[in-house]
Design a protein around this ligand. Structure first.
Ligand code: GUN
Ligand code: ZN
Length: 434
């Protein structure tokens, strides 16, 4: 039987901007029914209850939003989340590379991918742009886990042929063969999309970056993901490794990696020329505030990026980031921008993690929205959990105040259910395997 859910529906019909609390692009439909078709898409939204041929689920008083989109997160790094005391380059060598090396074992990779995708759903994230590891088995495991859960997944084999331990290095020819086979096998299969994934300019030779550019040229529609301009020592190292490049970002531009389906994490240490390049290419920056604060990397300039017309989405960057919760990520984003004197609305933050990310990923109308015809990737949230949040909620006078308090005080404990393509995949308190 087809399903209909009663709840308070929130999504966006356009970009609400950064500071407008009264934006007309906020679509608030309290006490509405969301109807889900047999194919897992949104069939209708209406105030009246549907007929007897619909299975009706009453979540009155709960907030129903599109599932969050995390545009940069590392599957194997659940094992190194909350690791103490280092900046980026030391953190990679001390914690991250040893953990990723374990994923050469397909059994380890599969357990990790299952845990990771279940955890995303339990945090309210239904779509993600993900780094597995350099190993083909880790890519297979991740796409397999995402397929089993029906999730929208963008991922690809990490490319690194230098400045990494022996057990994590590939080479240009072998990596090209692996990538071509993985693209043929996974790109466009169900909701999986392939991303050519050079880890960052330091760990790929110019020859490997050129190979990555060839893969993108040969496969329109394939994504690209990498890191850029995260940490000052990293930026200085890239300048040494690529003395001819005008900037760090220019290394990627030179190799044909800046496409409209490129997702570049961080982008803290960019200049106006870089931002113009991002704008012209249509590439997006994945803003990773919790990671940037935790690793002491720096403060991303969202205002400057938006002024230059650059797409900005939100990302947890676990394990540099300290939570898979997009609510926590949004709150850290708010605080980072507050330091620069910008007060982002809850609308700006929530839009960036839903419709904004979808648009930047060229998946507008498919995810991040409650439009009819979109995939029914949905989360049901309790706006206030615990006495402090409940007291604050009771005192809120209008919707923005209420939902800003939810973003600020909430986390995965506020999540009641997660639905993916019209199927309930997470329920608070339930055994995910049951
Ligand atoms: N730069 C290169 N690799 C990584 C990574 O795994 N995490 C982060 N935050 N930055 C990186
Ligand atoms: Zn990262």
């Amino acid at each position: 039987m087809k399903t209909a859910i009663l709840a308070d529906l929130l999504d966006f019909t356009g970009d609400p901007g950064l500071a407008d609390r009264a934006s007309p692009h906020v679509r608030w439909r309290p006490a509405h029914w969301l109807l889900i078709d047999d194919d897992g898409r949104i069939a209708a939204v209406q105030a009246e209850a549907p007929g007897d041929d619909w299975q009706k689920i009453d979540h009155s008083g709960r907030l129903l939003m599109p599932g969050f989109i995390d545009t940069h997160v590392h599957c194997p790094q659940v094992d190194v989340i909350a690791s103490w005391g280092t900046e980026l380059l030391d953190w990679l060598n001390t914690y991250t590379f040893p953990a990723e090396a374990r994923h050469a074992d397909p059994a380890v990779a599969q357990v990790a991918a299952d845990l990771f995708t279940d955890a995303l759903l339990a945090h309210g994230t239904t779509a993600a742009v993900v780094f597995p590891t350099v190993h083909v088995a880790s890519v297979e495991a991740l796409f397999t886990a995402a397929s089993q859960r029906g999730m929208q997944m963008v991922a690809g084999k990490v490319l690194m042929d230098r400045h990494a331990p022996d057990n994590l290095r590939d080479d240009v020819a072998g990596a090209e063969v692996d990538c071509r086979a993985l693209i043929a096998r996974w790109h466009g299969r169900g909701r999986n999309r392939y991303a050519v994934t050079p880890r960052f300019a330091a760990t790929s030779t110019p020859e490997q970056l050129a190979m990555a550019g060839r893969l993108l040229a040969d496969h329109p529609g394939v994504y690209m993901q990498t890191h850029v301009a995260e940490n000052r020592a990293e930026v200085a190292w890239i300048a040494e490794l690529f003395p001819q490049a005008r900037s760090y970002l220019d290394v990627y531009a030179h190799h044909g990696l800046l496409t409209e389906r490129a997702v570049l994490a961080h982008g803290i240490w960019l200049d106006d020329t870089d931002r113009a390049l991002l704008h012209d290419s249509g590439a997006q920056i994945a803003f990773c505030p919790s990671s940037n604060l935790f690793l002491g990397s720096g403060l991303f300039g969202w205002q400057q990026a938006v002024a230059a017309g650059v797409h900005v989405s939100m990302a947890s960057d676990v394990g540099g980031g300290t939570s898979l919760s997009m609510l926590r990520t949004l709150l850290d984003g708010y605080k980072v921008q507050a330091l620069a004197g910008n007060r982002l609305t809850a609308w700006a933050l929530l839009h960036a993690a839903t419709r904004g990310a979808a648009q930047a990923l060229r998946l507008g109308g498919q995810i991040g929205t409650l439009d009819v015809g979109a995939m029914a990737d949905l989360c049901l949230w309790d706006v206030a959990v615990g006495p402090v949040a409940q007291r604050r909620d009771a005192l809120a006078r209008e919707l923005h105040e209420r939902l800003f308090a939810w973003v600020t005080l909430g986390d995965e404990r506020n999540l009641a259910e997660t639905w993916v393509a019209g199927v309930r995949r997470y329920r608070r308190g339930a055994d995910p395997r049951a």
